[in-house]
Design a protein around this ligand. Structure first.
Ligand code: ATP
Ligand code: MG
Length: 573
């Protein structure tokens, strides 16, 4: 039996060779003593969906920096919107961060723990004349915000007295008013060129229970009001976020300065985009809810759980994030690079096995009928310490249907009538006869073997061009094998005709299920989650739904490395 991959969670990553611009900022801060030598980062997901490969980039950056600079990285749930958030997501996010190999230690936080402090600060702004209760509807607020080229219009309630604002805010909190009837807004500048500074909403009324605070609150902080202050409360030094928050920074600065509290440094980097991949949580949710995929852990999804079920390793994902690096401009990364990083890791660690996915039976006419031989097979040519195993060989076995052609083209070097080929680790065989059914389909092949070629070597130096994998028929384990391809047919799934959406680009062949595949018997004990290379066929892993009486394997990735090819030709960066 093969060991499952126990090294999965050991994270001994070295920092990237050259400091990226975010790490350079942290390094400079350490040199200048800006934060008294402290380095505190955080990963702040909203618990409204499952994490995906884009989040992995942010996780590796934040936890990586903390690890490299001897600091801490907080896991904080930005759980300010009770409508979309659920405990299920809180749980899965923690599981995924750990699986990726990171540890927040004691630093697990929730923005909802700060609701009381945030409210006190809101009162402070009201008392300072810097926030007011607005009775306009959401539509009116948004209509009066103006446009990028024209200033907004002051709310008729903008100049309420401090006393009136305090009274209304207290009553909002006490639950006196219905949803949407009032909001608390910061009093900044309705003519600011930055639309986000035009009196942004701080609190909205929502009589909705929260997954952690229950019915305690019926007003909820907006993300923008909660986010920067949460970083401040946690005394984060470097608030690292994606580029779309660049124009939120002046607002976060305004809040922190108006309150006169601790002020972290925000730095923005470009989010990860991948070809053939959708990353928005809202769209992933749609795929799950409309059952266009089997669930959040569908192996075709870019979710961490999907990648995991597909057979990805944490090492491969971390290596990918490191290779991609961080930059200040948006770009789309070729998914072939992710697959390349995966193959590099799987190649080193995956035991090799033989499995025939589309079997055709072969009978060796001159092989003794009841004989079974145990032949030595190498477990991993990349790792001599993996040793060898024994695999049975007998008179009847399976090969891939595509490895035989009755009437082959010139460059076909595999089995064909009259031709000798090698069976890996076994013998040279020559095809002597082809059995067909009434419709002319090949159903069985007859061969002869040369007993002198045991182990797959010829004593007289005779050469053969083809080497085939095979599985002995009597001992073979029938299995289901699921072949996955990109979920979308187009590099950019959003590239659609008018009136269509990204689902129009779903790949109808993204999952092909093969039944009646034949595996070598050593795979009988394969544990769910364990990974193998099926010789000549790709990397595969055991699905969690697999059972002894119904083994299921997922194809993680094929052997063909298109990225390595491009790299050779100098077509990658
Ligand atoms: P949505 O898909 O709803 O916009 P989100 O992906 O921003 O949500 P969050 O839970 O807010 O989800 O993300 C947590 C953190 O992960 C944020 O700091 C965000 O910047 C980062 N993040 C999200 N998507 C990516 C991405 N594609 N690349 C890099 N970082 C990302
Ligand atoms: Mg977000």
């Amino acid at each position: 039996m093969t060991k499952p991959d126990t090294a999965d969670n050991e994270n001994t990553d070295a920092p990237p060779e050259r400091l990226d611009f975010v790490r350079q900022i942290v390094a400079d801060d350490c040199t200048s003593g800006k934060w008294d030598g402290r380095v505190v980062t955080r990963f702040p997901p909203e618990p409204n969906g499952y994490l995906h490969i884009g989040h992995a980039k942010s996780i590796c950056l934040n936890f990586g920096i903390a690890a490299e600079f001897g600091g801490a990285c907080h896991l904080r749930f930005d759980d300010t919107n009770p409508v979309a958030e659920e405990e299920e997501y809180v749980h899965s996010i923690q599981q995924d961060v750990r699986w990726l190999g990171w540890d927040w230690g004691e630093h697990l936080y929730f923005a909802s723990d700060y609701f009381g402090q945030l409210y006190e600060w809101a009162v402070q702004l009201v008392e300072a004349g810097k926030a007011y209760v607005d009775d306009q509807s959401a539509e009116q607020v948004s209509a009066n915000r103006g446009t990028l080229t024209s200033p907004g219009t002051d709310s008729p309630y903008r100049d309420r007295s401090v006393e009136e604002n305090l009274d209304l805010l207290t009553r909002m909190k006490a639950g006196e008013f219905p949803d949407g009837s009032r909001v608390l807004r910061a009093k900044i500048d309705m003519a600011s060129p930055n639309v986000l500074l035009r009196d942004p909403v701080m609190y909205r009324i929502m009589h909705t229970p929260h997954h952690r605070t229950g019915d305690a609150w019926c007003i909820y902080a907006t993300y923008d009001w909660a986010h920067g202050q949460s970083d401040s409360i946690e005394r984060v030094t470097n608030s690292i976020c994606t580029l779309e928050f660049e124009n939120h920074r002046p607002l976060y600065d305004w809040y922190l300065d108006a309150l006169g509290v601790y002020h972290p440094q925000q730095t923005e980097f470009a989010r990860l985009n991948l070809t053939y991949t959708i990353m928005s949580k809202r769209k992933l949710l749609r795929l799950v809810e409309e059952r266009l995929v089997s669930g959040w852990d569908d192996p075709r999804l870019p979710t961490i759980q999907g990648l995991r079920r597909r057979g990805y390793t944490p090492v491969a994902i971390r290596e990918f994030c490191k290779t991609v690096g961080v930059a200040k401009f948006n770009s789309t990364i070729d998914v072939a690079l992710l697959e390349h990083c995966l193959r590099q890791d799987l190649n080193k660690h995956s035991p090799r096995r033989m499995a025939v996915l589309d079997p055709i039976k072969v009978v060796i006419d001159n092989y003794p009928e009841a004989q079974v031989e145990q032949l030595d097979a190498i477990n991993n040519p990349e790792d001599p310490s993996a040793g060898t195993r024994q695999t049975p060989f007998s008179r009847e076995f399976y090969i891939e249907r595509e490895d035989f052609m009755e009437d082959p083209p010139r460059k076909f070097f595999r089995l064909t009538p009259g031709r000798e080929v090698r069976l890996r680790y076994a013998y040279f065989i020559t095809c002597t006869d082809v059995v067909k059914d009434a419709d002319g389909n090949v159903v069985e092949l007859h061969c002869t073997y040369d007993p002198a070629t045991r182990g797959g070597d010829s004593p007289d130096g005779r050469k053969v061009k083809g080497t085939l994998h095979w599985v002995s028929a009597a001992e073979a384990i029938p299995a289901e094998v699921r072949l996955y391809d990109h979920l979308f047919t187009t590099e950019d799934p959003e590239d659609v005709a008018e009136g269509e959406d990204f689902t129009a680009n779903l790949n109808p062949d993204s999952l092909v299920t093969l039944t009646g595949c034949m595996l070598e018997p050593s795979l009988a004990a394969a544990e769910p989650g364990s990974r193998y290379q099926f010789e000549r066929k790709g990397y595969f892993c055991v699905d969690p739904d697999s059972a002894a009486d119904k083994p299921i394997f997922n194809r993680t990735v094929t052997l063909k490395d298109t990225w390595a090819k491009l790299k050779k030709k100098g077509k990658t960066h």
